[in-house]
Ligand binder design. Structure first.
Ligand SMILES: [Ca+2]
Ligand SMILES: [Ca+2]
Ligand SMILES: [Ca+2]
Length: 160
């Protein structure tokens, strides 16, 4: 009887998750999400403008990708298409901010970018077939491009 109780206790603990943990589990077991480092990534199959792309990520419990390191930049580089990242200067011209509100520190602009053509380029995207450290272009936010969502769990215990 004692052993049965212990076993029941073990399973109870193992299978009670918070909603946030269930979202992580879903991404872990979904073919749509790819894990790299501490994050999961979703690569769109469609093309949308920047705001619609961001909304799609939010609907998936994530946001547009934020490039925090050279490793992440390199990992994201294998793209043969224009692809939105979570970076814009729409609020104040020339002041680039990530979708989580953090300022731009490590940068991977193409040569000559950002150039704010016609005063109207406020959203950043990977350019196709770019060099490793020179890959981003500022383009018009209403342009159509693919996009990448990133989800970083704040509770690493269940997927380590
Ligand atoms: Ca990131
Ligand atoms: Ca701009
Ligand atoms: Ca540009």
């Amino acid at each position: 009887m004692h052993i049965v109780n212990c076993k029941f206790y073990f399973y109870s603990v193992k299978y009670i998750f918070t909603i946030e943990e269930i979202i992580v589990l879903e991404k872990m077991h979904s073919d749509e999400w790819k894990k790299f480092g501490n994050s999961f990534y979703y690569f769109s199959t469609e093309q949308k403008n920047w705001s619609e792309a961001r909304q799609d990520c939010r609907d998936r419990g994530a946001d547009l990708v934020i490039i925090n390191s050279e490793e992440e930049q390199t990992e994201q580089l294998n793209k043969s298409r224009l692809d939105w990242i979570g970076l814009s200067d729409a609020e104040k011209e020339g002041v680039w901010k990530w979708v989580d509100g953090s300022p731009l520190t490590i940068k991977f602009w193409k040569s000559g970018e950002p150039n704010n053509v016609l005063g109207n380029e406020n959203c950043a995207a990977f350019s196709p077939l770019s060099e490793k450290n020179k890959a981003w272009n500022d383009i018009i936010c209403l342009d159509i491009a693919g996009w990448t969502c990133e989800f970083t769990p704040v509770f690493p215990r269940i997927y380590n």
